[in-house]
Design a protein around this ligand. Sequence first.
Ligand SMILES: Nc1ncnc2c1ncn2[C@@H]1O[C@H](COP(=O)(O)OP(=O)(O)OP(=O)(O)O)[C@@H](O)[C@H]1O
Length: 217
Amino acid sequence: MIDFQHVNKRYAGGYEALTDITFSVERGELAFFTGHSGAGKSTLLKMIAAIERPTSGNIFVGQQNISALKRSAIPYLRRNLGLIFQEQRILLDRNVFANVMLPLQVMGADSRTAAARVRAALDKVGLLDKEKANPITLSGGEKQRLCIARAVVHRPTILIADEPTASLDTGYAREIMAVFESFHQVGVTVLIATHDRMLLDATRSRVFELTQGKLAA
Ligand SMILES: Nc1ncnc2c1ncn2[C@@H]1O[C@H](COP(=O)(O)OP(=O)(O)OP(=O)(O)O)[C@@H](O)[C@H]1O
């Protein structure tokens, strides 16, 4: 489903963030990526969405080699992906429902189908009763669940999350992990970058460890 073959990433300043990365994740698998700060976890996940591009090597998502994808093809790639990155801000001038609706509006979805999908996504993350709330009133765990709902509202086949439990206490972190598990149960491929020892110790899934841009054997 996701296949990295000898992928290198050197940033514009010359810094080599990833070196000779080769791995594959199967369709429907849940996998973790861990490693020290600056090890390259975010860079690796961003390359799956073509937010960052490899300097060399090949990356397959599904059957498609996305290493040299044309800019115009990137929106089509992202339709299959649900992305949860820290930089994605919740809009505080709109309620929970409108925040989750946003990606569907961008994709030009029909408004009645879109409303049903938003409610289905909010239901999956347990936020249906908060649809009219202003996001500012949500707890940390609820805000993170809102981000997950927004990432899955277009029903992606692959869900990618970068440090989804950062800044959450243990109870909320467990709650968030249960939401990811529920998507994994229904066949979504889930990739999570995390430092969170509790998540890593509790899982039976594969854990890929990055050290200074290299994957441990
Ligand atoms: N846009 C960029 N330009 C230059 N260097 C970058 C850029 N983005 C990341 N880097 C560098 O690449 C290395 C890997 O960064 P990355 O964010 O992938 O690490 P990480 O493992 O996700 O770290 P953290 O756990 O702290 O988020 C770091 O040394 C970082 O400074």
